[in-house]
Design a protein around this ligand. Structure first.
Ligand SMILES: [Mg+2]
Length: 379
């Protein structure tokens, strides 16, 4: 077995403030540093390390690297969850639309832009409808729901709530199960990491598989998989591949890309991001010895090429929840637009999370509320 238990020294106990901050700030970091290589087919590790070394240069000043749609939409999710003290689909949809109208140049995909424009309409009754109309009614299976899923793991503590609301939050733009189930998987990975589950990597991946077996057992997921010619339980199948790769002593980047993917589909990027975190729990050949696990995860995610900003953003959220904020070099944080905002909002989410614990103990409301008027929309 290639992996053993790995301690996340300094991250604090389960669901510590340090882990909350680590999750949100490293997600921004991944988005910002990943922009450099987005869409590149091959990214030599030398170039990645050069890019990351450049962040150490004091002369570069603050806010050099701008964030993209990943962080813009994550901020909308965070603000909506905080303002409404729970999930409110209309509020979240309105924030997405407003954010896009103010800053349309953040690298949104052409498909989601159509949805965001429709969500801006004051006469829209069903906020899930524009996403459902996408791609001849099949909906999008891109990773746009997953890239912004981390805050659901910070606002809710029960896995059932995390699954329910991360799914609904993703369905505002991605109504295909291969899109929204990627968001569920990403949120569950952040949740487990926040609880310290990455100290036992094999248990971590096994828990994710058993959660996703339930999630993908639903009729909609099975029928989407059939229509799209994917195996039954497509995310579980990928997670089993992650497990196999974990057992190997030497894994080439080409093999990871071939088996897991590095593209814009949620299926080809969420399991990949999870693998990046697991693979980098230990020192790896080709990565600087002085790098800690968080730095290794960042560098490795970028070296995979493809949808680098989103894969690094998702891997960052999971890794940050494990290692905590102190594992992210200050110089790196200072180079990223949005890192400071993430640092502050993580504290507000932590307060909300703790409130739900206290309220749960006293037997009253056990969770932030759902203002959702609808059941999960049917397709
Ligand atoms: Mg992006």
């Amino acid at each position: 077995m290639a992996m053993t238990a790995v301690r996340s020294i300094g991250a604090g106990g389960p669901a510590s403030l340090s882990r909350f901050r680590g999750a949100l700030v490293a997600s921004v970091l991944g988005d910002c540093v990943g922009g450099e290589f987005e869409g590149a087919e091959e990214v030599p590790m030398d170039r990645v390390l050069q890019h990351l070394n450049g962040l150490e240069d004091d002369n570069r000043g603050d806010c050099i690297l701008q964030y993209s749609d990943d962080t813009a939409m994550t901020q909308c999710v965070v603000e909506s969850l905080l303002t409404r003290a729970g999930f409110d689909e209309r509020d979240m949809a309105a924030r997405f639309a407003l954010e896009y109208s103010h800053f349309p140049g953040r690298g949104y995909g052409a498909g989601v832009v159509q949805v965001l424009k429709k969500l801006a309409s004051p006469t829209l009754n069903d906020v899930y409808q524009p996403a459902q109309a996408q791609f001849s009614g099949r909906g999008s299976f891109g990773n746009g729901g997953a890239m912004r899923a981390a805050p659901f793991a910070l606002a809710f503590r029960k896995p059932d709530d995390i699954k329910k609301f991360s799914r609904l939050g993703a369905m505002l733009t991605h109504s295909c199960s291969l899109g929204y189930n990627g968001a569920v998987l990403q949120a569950l990975a952040v949740h487990l990491s926040l609880q310290g589950a990455l100290e036992k990597p094999h248990d971590f991946i096994s828990k994710l598989i058993s959660e996703m077996e339930e999630v993908e057992g639903e009729d909609a997921a099975r029928s989407d998989a059939r229509v799209l010619n994917e195996p039954e339980f497509p995310f579980c199948e990928r997670l089993y591949k992650v497990k196999d790769l974990m057992e190997q002593n030497n894994v080439s980047i080409e093999e990871v890309i071939f088996k897991l993917g590095n593209g814009i589909a949620a299926l080809h990027s969420v399991p990949t991001a999870i693998f990046c975190v697991l693979h980098c729990l230990e020192p790896r050949e080709g990565l600087p010895e002085h790098y800690g696990g968080l730095e290794r995860t960042m560098a490795y995610s970028l070296a995979l090429g493809g949808d680098t900003d989103t894969i690094a953003c998702m891997a960052g959220a999971i890794a940050g929840a494990h290692y905590g904020i102190d594992a992210i070099p200050q110089t790196w944080q200072r180079c990223c637009e949005g890192a400071e905002v993430a640092y502050d909002t993580a504290q507000r989410l932590h307060t909300l999370y703790l409130q739900s614990l206290t309220e749960g103990d006293s037997g009253t409301n056990s969770e932030p509320h759902s203002h959702s008027s609808a059941q999960p929309p049917t397709k």
